[in-house]
Design a binder for this molecule. Structure first.
Ligand code: NAP
Ligand code: ZN
Ligand code: ZN
Length: 362
């Protein structure tokens, strides 16, 4: 065992792309001078976890311990840590390190690091010079502890329920960032496509920013919930006449759908100069017709999570506006069932793993 290693940490891992997640154990290190050791209390289940354990995006690193919506309490800190103290409620999102010297890193856009971010899982830790160390894969939050550099650890605002805060670390920032970047403002007509983990956060955040929010869901099933989340309007896209009736209605569309679907139909719902931002990542390329963009000077964009500074800003915004995720708390033994339910769109609206279910051999 290396000098700085601790007793093995319980986790759940996929051993290959076709196996279900199963109990596993990993090594976590004692915190270095600028690192914090976090006891993980809750971890959200993101659809990206499913894409990656099934190797739908290619390049998967196995064994894989998923989980990048991590909330816990600081259990120990290194000698030079200044941002966090033992006992603090903290979060870790989609990445745990980056090169720290490229232009995006210096601008606080660590997720766009030119050398590549160190994803919280399915990636590699950095060496002392902040270069990838291919001998040390990263393991995510389906585990009871994690050691992370303090600069990549977020502060959970006082009073925020910790289980409902976990999904903010990915679903929250992924939807907050494009709403801010594209300048969505009070009174704008915003459509949210797909009411899952990301979608329900998009509804809450856009409504908190004063937009008029319409949910476009594949079926009628979530109509009642949409209003409860703060949406002003709802339409089921199974009925294709929606695409005629609502043509040119929206200033901004957030598309969170995880599977292949027709972008062109949704682009037709944008006003002149409207923007549709893709957040969902289907595993196949989807064709876009130039005409639907050209004829109304529409824009099709994408957006990736957000940097550390903006993630903290989002957490503070959520605290100020009383926004947190709607969750279904599960034991870790139920995570494979949760995946199956998410694949059917049956999630209200984020599964969150209670890591108490993994402690003490549970
Ligand atoms: P999720 O909770 O499973 O929600 C996805 C929703 O999309 C479903 O609830 C469903 O909503 C809709 N949907 C699913 N399959 C569909 C289909 N075949 N046709 C139409 N609608 C369908 O997933 P999530 O965690 O929100 O993640 C959504 C996507 O975003 C994933 O691809 C994920 O990898 C990606 N993601 C991207 C980023 C980023 O930085 N860009 C970050 C995190 C996640 P309805 O029932 O309302 O139709
Ligand atoms: Zn995610
Ligand atoms: Zn960088």
């Amino acid at each position: 065992m290396p000098v700085n290693a601790m007793p093995r940490t319980p986790a759940y891992a996929a051993l290959d792309a076709s196996s279900p997640l199963a109990p596993f154990s990993i090594e976590r290190r004692e915190p270095g001078p600028r690192e914090v050791l976090i006891d993980i209390l809750y971890c959200g289940v993101c659809h990206s976890d499913i894409h990656q354990v099934r190797d739908e995006w290619g390049g998967a690193i196995f064994p894989m311990v998923p989980g990048h919506e991590i909330v816990g309490r600081v259990a120990a800190v290194g000698a030079d840590v200044v941002r966090h103290r033992v006992g603090d409620a903290v979060g870790v999102g989609c990445f745990v390190d980056s090169c720290r010297r490229c232009a995006p890193c210096e601008a606080g856009d660590e997720h766009f690091c030119e050398a590549g971010m160190s994803g919280t899982y399915n990636s590699y830790e950095r060496d002392a010079d902040h270069r990838f160390d291919k001998s040390r894969p990263t393991y995510g939050g389906y585990s009871t502890a994690i050691t992370v550099d303090e600069a990549y650890v977020l502060r959970i605002p006082d009073g925020m329920p910790l289980d409902r805060a976990a999904p903010l670390l990915c679903a929250g920032i992924t939807t907050y960032s494009p709403l801010r970047h594209f300048g969505v403002k009070a009174g704008d007509e915003v459509a949210v496509v797909g009411l899952g983990g990301l979608g329900h956060m998009a509804v809450k955040l856009a409504a908190a920013m004063g937009a008029r929010v319409t949910v476009l869901s594949s079926t009628e099933a979530k109509r009642g919930d949409a209003a409860g989340l703060g949406a002003h309007d709802f339409a089921a896209t199974g009925d294709r006449k929606v695409f005629k009736e609502r043509a040119r209605q929206f200033d901004f569309i957030i598309d969170t759908v995880s599977a292949e679907h027709d972008y062109n139909a949704y682009l037709g719902l944008l006003k002149i100069d409207g923007t549709m931002v893709l957040l969902g990542i289907p595993d196949v390329p989807v064709p876009v017709a130039a005409g639907v963009l050209i004829m109304k000077r529409r824009r099709l964009a994408g957006s990736l999570i957000g940097g550390i500074r903006e993630t903290q800003e989002m957490l503070d915004f959520c605290a100020a506006h009383d926004v947190a995720a709607d969750i279904e708390l599960i034991d870790i033994a139920d995570v494979n069932t949760a995946y199956e339910r998410m694949l059917k769109g049956d999630v209200r609206y984020r599964f969150v793993i209670d890591l108490a279910s993994l402690r003490g051999g549970g």
